[in-house]
Design a protein around this ligand. Structure first.
Ligand SMILES: Nc1ncnc2c1ncn2[C@@H]1O[C@H](COP(=O)(O)OP(=O)(O)OP(=O)(O)O)[C@@H](O)[C@H]1O
Ligand SMILES: O=P(O)(O)O[C@@H]1O[C@H]([C@H](O)CO)[C@@H](O)[C@H](O)[C@@H]1O
Length: 169
């Protein structure tokens, strides 16, 4: 088998859940309402993430996940070696989850502009955020949408996984 056929590119159904920013409004208009939106890095996916995303989806009929681009992750200061997984890979893994309806990248420092463009009925983050203190939460409340912080059920994080992997070397 040649290298090119081994890595042949075919668009799989879950990959169609990934949208460009330019198409976001059109793709959101096609989704069942109410639409829930969340955002984050989702570098090495773990049980905390998938539990959180399943619970976020239960807040409405569709779940949109806005994912930080690699450049915007760098600016968050999680570490020089972060993200471990590039944005295209992080988006593909998220799109493969049953709970997730649509995935979009964002390059800004916060997801405020995505929220203003998407105008979800519900905006969700994990319980590590105070919803009224973050720009996305404030924007959604300002137009009459709902916000929800989902409490952590599993003590997991990408950072902790990396500490474990590095200690095992
Ligand atoms: N264990 C968890 N339980 C519930 N929600 C979580 C958990 N970990 C992360 N989240 C939520 O998932 C979203 C993405 O989180 P993020 O990618 O920062 O996770 P993380 O694993 O804590 O990453 P890092 O260690 O790189 O900071 C955020 O909204 C966050 O609140
Ligand atoms: O995965 P994280 O670090 O929880 O994601 C960040 O969330 C921030 C939050 O929405 C407060 O504004 C956001 O600003 C940041 O760009 C990451 O998405």
């Amino acid at each position: 088998m040649s290298m090119s056929s081994r890595f042949a590119k075919t668009m799989l159904p879950f990959e169609q859940k990934i949208t460009s920013r330019a198409d976001l409004a059109r793709r959101i208009a096609e989704l069942p309402k109410p639409v829930v939106l969340t955002n984050g890095v989702f570098d090495i996916l773990h049980r905390g993430h998938v539990t959180y995303l399943a619970q976020a989806r239960q807040q409405g009929a569709s779940l949109v996940v806005a994912v930080n681009t690699d450049a915007s992750v760098k600016r968050l200061g999680k570490g020089d070696d972060r993200p471990i997984n590039i944005c295209d890979d992080r988006m593909a893994v998220l799109a493969a989850l049953e709970a997730v309806s649509l995935v979009v990248p964002f390059d800004e420092d916060t997801a405020l502009e995505v929220v203003q463009q998407a105008r979800p009925e519900v905006y969700v983050k994990g319980g590590d955020y105070e919803m009224t203190a973050i720009p996305e939460g404030q924007a959604v409340l300002a137009y009459g949408g709902k916000v929800a912080a989902i409490p952590f059920e599993h003590d997991r994080s990408t950072t902790k996984l990396l500490v474990k992997v590095r200690a095992a070397k």
